[in-house]
Design a protein around this ligand. Sequence first.
Ligand code: CP
Ligand code: NVA
Length: 309
Amino acid sequence: MTLRHFLRDDDLTPDEQAEVLALAAELKANPFSRRPLEGPKGVAVIFDKNSTRTRFSFEVGIAQLGGHAVIVDGKSTQMGRDETLSDTGTVLSRFVDAIVWRTFGQERLDEMAAAATVPVVNALSTEFHPCQVLADLQTIVEHKGRAAGLSMTYLGDGANNMAHSLLLGGVTAGMDVTVAAPEGFVPAPFVLEAVRARAAETGATARVLTDPHAAVEGADVVVTDTWTSMGDEGDGLDRVGPFRPYQVNDDLLASAADDAIVLHCLPAHRGDEITDAVIDGPRSVVFDEAENRLHAQKALLVWLLEHAR
Ligand code: CP
Ligand code: NVA
């Protein structure tokens, strides 16, 4: 067994992602069937940014796996006084069996993971939100019976963590992924390169468009996210005007498949990226999606802990 981390969506191969998603479904049906953290063993869960879903789902999930979550605000640790990420990863590895971290730049996670001797999980970075996309894929499979071969369109900030993870996690699952975003808010070139590589393995496709109606045409799954991600608040960019045409509303959804479902990782800014009518309407699966954070993350932890031994 080799130590594995989950820092971005392509840290799992397509087969491994499918294994984790199958386990997530099993754990949803039978929540207390796996107890790899019995002891209890500890898991560090560190937040450098706000959270509701991630915080609650990891704390409850770790307890359901038999473990104990040590949940801290990163600023309150010595990392907030410039202890190196490398020393922190080394020390935490002596106490806990996994490290879950919500932070800013991906390079911070890379540095922690390079020193850690236990799995490190990205609970959201500026670049990726891979735990969320595992839950999204679980939700898609529940509602549509499969993910591979379906088309998924994301509208909004194409440069944010959700756009990147939906692209990378989506093509890993064999989905045809479209991102529709205003100019200047397109996915990072390094992500598109990784997406192309992964899509070549799975036979999936990915494209980036500016026309929201063309992007949604025939889509099986429509996804959006906030126009202003945590950390982007003071970037001086107009994060409202250019995004208005990308709002997920009934008019836009008229172009999607008749049985299209709508996802949003939440928190939602109702009236901006999504209307009340859509988020509270019959196509919305956003609250199943939120619940699946619990099941998908438990499955991920079980999988990582098995591979770390
Ligand atoms: N979707 C998501 O990660 O939610 P929180 O920010 O509330 O954790
Ligand atoms: N893109 C959003 C996701 C929040 C869960 C952010 O980073 O703030």
